[in-house]
Design a protein around this ligand. Structure first.
Ligand SMILES: [Zn+2]
Length: 239
């Protein structure tokens, strides 16, 4: 780079990697908060406690957004330096801060609602309430207000059966696109073999029109797994 100032990006790289570390702590925190909330629903369905976990999730989501903005500001500044090759080394800190502030100024609550882990949290809680209110028949519970009206009681046992293996699921995964659940091993095997034939995977649930099941759309259905385990525990104890 003749004429251009040589800027070392080593310190930038190391701060970026420590930010990424922070982000992995946030992700772990969100996973733990989700499990705690599911425990709360399973054991006592304490609405207030569950709501406080939701606030924790939103705080994590806000931290995650802030980190993302910071990393983006750093990356954009580095790219700008590489592109413009300035004669004198500019105030990098100022440039990053300027970009960061611009990104933060566009913040809105709806960003937090779109956080992937937060969406998973809400979805799993809803599922958990469905499963456990159906089981306990506890109609005076406040949590029941949040349950969809379209749930029929007869459906609850059916949900435990994998549409592929026709057996009770041990590790259910849910398709984020169509909402159906399958045994993890079974659906992964199908995806694998169709992939070798370069073909798309149709959702194995009868009546489902979703014709492109992707591995990346599958998430573990912790709520359903707990419901299955809990039912099995109950049937064992009544033997
Ligand atoms: Zn489906």
């Amino acid at each position: 780079m003749p004429g251009a100032a040589t800027i070392s990006f080593n310190c930038v790289d190391s701060s970026l990697s420590s930010l990424k570390n922070c982000q992995s702590y946030i992700n772990t925190g969100m996973d733990i908060a989700t499990r705690v909330a599911l425990d709360l629903v399973e054991s006592l369905n304490d609405v207030e406690e569950v709501n406080s976990m939701e606030n924790v999730m939103l705080e994590y989501a806000a931290m995650d957004r802030e980190l993302n903005h910071y990393m983006r500001a750093i990356e954009e500044t580095v790219n700008q330096m590489k592109r413009d090759k300035p004669e004198n080394i500019p105030d990098l800190q100022y440039l990053v801060k300027e970009k960061f502030t611009a990104l933060q100024s566009k913040n809105s609550d709806s960003d937090l609602q779109r956080n992937e882990k937060y969406i998973y949290f809400k979805d799993q809680l809803k599922e958990m309430r469905k499963q456990f209110c159906l089981q306990s028949d506890n109609n005076d519970n406040e949590g029941i207000e949040q349950i969809d009206e379209d749930i029929a009681v007869t459906q609850s046992q059916m949900n435990f059966i994998c549409p592929i293996t026709q057996m009770e699921m041990k590790r259910p995964v849910r398709n984020k696109v169509c909402g159906h659940t399958y045994e993890e091993d079974a659906i992964l095997k199908i995806i694998q073999s169709r992939k070798q034939q370069k073909k798309k995977v149709r959702c194995p649930k009868i009546g489902c029109s979703h014709a492109d099941v992707k591995r990346s759309d599958l998430v573990p259905d912790e709520a359903l797994k707990r419901a299955i385990d809990s039912q099995n525990k109950q049937s064992w104890s009544t033997l």
